[in-house]
Design a protein around this ligand. Structure first.
Ligand SMILES: [Zn+2]
Length: 164
């Protein structure tokens, strides 16, 4: 193909062809290009660590001035101060997953050490680790969900369509 046009065979009478220059625009289909323009949100976009710390503290990850949750784990639909659509952050299973991961990696080694050192009765283990696991899980779920929403805020995932 030429830079500004292409030679194509144009059939003429008698079965022969004659070369003719046809502009590329007439031959090549229009190629689809992704929209690479940067969309700047209307709310402040903090750094990831800052957003995580704000979220862990239960504050709006975008501005850090209002509350993130309206109930135990219910995220406010919109920040009253900066209008960040926090309700669009679909944290889904991420907060429980990280909570289980963290609590499990704290409780299980402690349980093994206690068993190895003191070898208590089974009821002692039950009375110790079940309440401790519940307290840690309930206590960490909120801050971890806040951190997850913070990461999503910092990474531009507060959209109807999700990331992208
Ligand atoms: Zn805010």
């Amino acid at each position: 193909m030429l830079h500004c046009g292409a030679r194509i065979g144009v059939p003429v009478s008698g079965g022969n062809t004659v070369s003719e220059v046809v502009p590329v625009a007439e031959i090549a289909p229009v190629r689809w290009q992704p929209d690479r323009s940067r969309k700047v949100p209307a709310w402040p976009v903090p750094r990831v660590w800052q957003a995580m710390l704000r979220g862990a503290a239960g504050k709006c990850p975008a501005c850090g001035e209002t509350r993130l949750f309206r109930a135990f784990l219910k995220v406010n639909a919109k920040c009253a101060k900066c209008d960040a659509p926090l309700g669009l952050a679909r944290a889904d299973d991420a907060p429980p997953y990280f909570t289980i991961l963290l609590v499990g990696h704290i409780i299980v080694p402690l349980m093994m050490v206690v068993e190895r050192v003191w070898t208590p009765d089974l009821w002692v283990h039950t009375a110790l680790w079940v309440p401790l696991s519940l307290i840690m899980t309930i206590g960490l779920l909120g801050p971890i969900k806040g951190m997850t929403v913070g990461v999503m805020t910092a990474m531009g995932m507060l959209t109807e369509a999700g990331p992208g």
